[in-house]
Design a protein around this ligand. Structure first.
Ligand code: AMP
Ligand code: MG
Length: 416
């Protein structure tokens, strides 16, 4: 039998961030940069106004009546020269014209002759040709300097940075349409079992809804993967082999549920025998772990590329806990994420617990802000109702069989 830690170490052996690909910015969202990014341009790219107002020469002082020599919009091309005693009407974001060294907000002026109130002044054409500056402006006032945000040649984001909305926006701002990132792992999730029906289909006697393929797909997506869900592969090794062959070359990781224990229809075990024609699907080791739930597990690499395959047990709680403990860290490693494992905290358990000797037990719980944890539901690996109410796993160590209420326990937080 393997310990939880030994199995996890085996699963992660040789796993590295996926080789970088250049993705369109929005496809790169949620991925991590594979390289540093250096800006090729200054931001702002030119000196521009932070206010609607008049570009002036500070040395003209105030009060002063200035001749208006032009009108500069945000998209302005050719700029008027602002000489002594002159001003140019300017909009927020528009380039500061030559000669001007400050911007007087429109509220600091009379709004210009012939244009009525200051509020109208910015939308009316330059019919007036004069503006009175009511108070002096300091040199540089209301000007956003070229390169004051980012100067060309500097590193703006470092390798490993997670691309969220503001990082994607920054890349766009410096004119980068793509980013070199570790891509999302492509994960194939397969559920096996001839008893499975898909949700919404009529359910006959002895049939059950396939929930595992949904739980595991959702969990893999939440971990950052791009998932293909293949629900309800029948307990027929030939069919399962065909489905697996199809995924080789497409998937970076394959996750199956069911068919790994010691029953009569252990389809995953049967299918993953070597030399069945096509690509060799051998190499998956079926083992028993010193944990509860989740004792039977399969792990190996299949096909010529050695795609990792984790064969999880079929019981829904076992499948999900196995995902959290073993599959999620693998996905996070492929993504290049620094936080590969779930956060573990200490908490005071509010109830008595019993646990089998020699097995690490993972019970579903609710973690309280006061540092306590309360079990939800029992230990049964079929209890999906309680699982959906849980936000953590209470860990009872291998050598502990009885844990009185008030004891300290390790708690695996399941929240992202
Ligand atoms: P198995 O190891 O394939 O025998 O699966 C063990 C038990 O887990 C089955 O008897 C079902 O009750 C349950 N199970 C297996 N696969 C699924 C699934 N995809 N969705 C929900 N329950 C499942
Ligand atoms: Mg089965």
């Amino acid at each position: 039998m393997w310990s939880v830690d030994e199995h996890l170490a085996d699963v992660l052996t040789g796993i590295a961030p996926l080789p970088p690909v250049e993705l369109d910015l929005l496809d790169a969202q949620g991925c991590r940069l594979a390289t540093d990014v250096t800006a090729a341009v200054d931001l702002p790219p030119f000196d521009n106004s932070s206010m609607d107002g008049y570009a002036v020469r500070a040395s003209d002082g105030a009060p002063a009546v200035l001749a208006v020599v032009g009108d500069i919009a945000a998209s302005a091309g050719e700029l008027p020269e602002v000489g002594p005693g002159r001003a140019a009407r300017i909009m927020t974001g528009a380039p500061v014209p030559p000669g001007a060294d400050a911007v007087a907000p429109v509220e600091w002026t009379d709004g210009g002759t012939g244009t009525g109130t200051p509020a109208d002044a910015m939308t009316a054409p330059v019919a007036d040709e004069r503006v009175e500056l009511l108070r002096p402006v300091a040199p540089g006032a209301h000007i956003r300097r070229r390169g004051s945000d980012i100067s060309a040649g500097t590193t703006v984001l470092t390798a490993g940075t997670l691309l969220g909305p503001t990082q994607v926006g920054l890349l766009a701002a410096i004119g980068r349409g793509t980013a070199a990132v570790h891509p999302r792992p492509r994960v194939a999730v397969l559920s096996t079992g001839s008893e499975l029906v898909q949700p919404g289909e009529p359910i006959g006697p002895g049939r059950i809804s396939d929930s595992n393929s949904f739980t595991l797909t959702a969990a893999a997506r939440a971990a950052g993967a791009e998932v293909t869900r293949i629900g309800g592969v029948p307990d027929d090794p030939a069919v399962l082999r065909r489905v697996l062959q199809e995924q080789l070359g497409r998937a970076d990781l394959i996750v199956t549920s069911g068919g790994v224990s010691v029953g009569a229809y252990d389809v995953v075990k049967e299918a993953l025998q070597p030399l069945h024609g096509g690509e060799d699907l051998g190499g998956v080791d079926f083992r028993r772990l010193r944990m509860q739930p989740g004792k039977p597990q399969g792990f190996g690499r299949i096909g010529k590329d050695g795609v990792p395959l984790l064969a999880l047990p079929g019981n829904p709680v076992s499948a999900y806990i196995s995902f959290e403990l073993f599959v999620r860290p693998l996905i996070r490693t492929m993504l290049g994420a620094p936080d590969v494992h779930r956060t573990v905290v200490r908490a005071v358990c509010t109830a008595d617990l019993a646990s089998p000797a020699g097995r690490r037990q993972f019970l579903r719980g609710r973690y309280g802000a006061d540092g306590t944890v309360t079990p939800v539901g029992g230990a049964g690996s079929h209890l999906v109702g309680a699982l959906a109410l849980a936000d953590c796993l209470i860990t009872v160590p291998e050598d502990t069989t009885v844990l009185p209420a008030g004891s300290g326990v390790d708690v695996v937080l399941l929240t992202d």
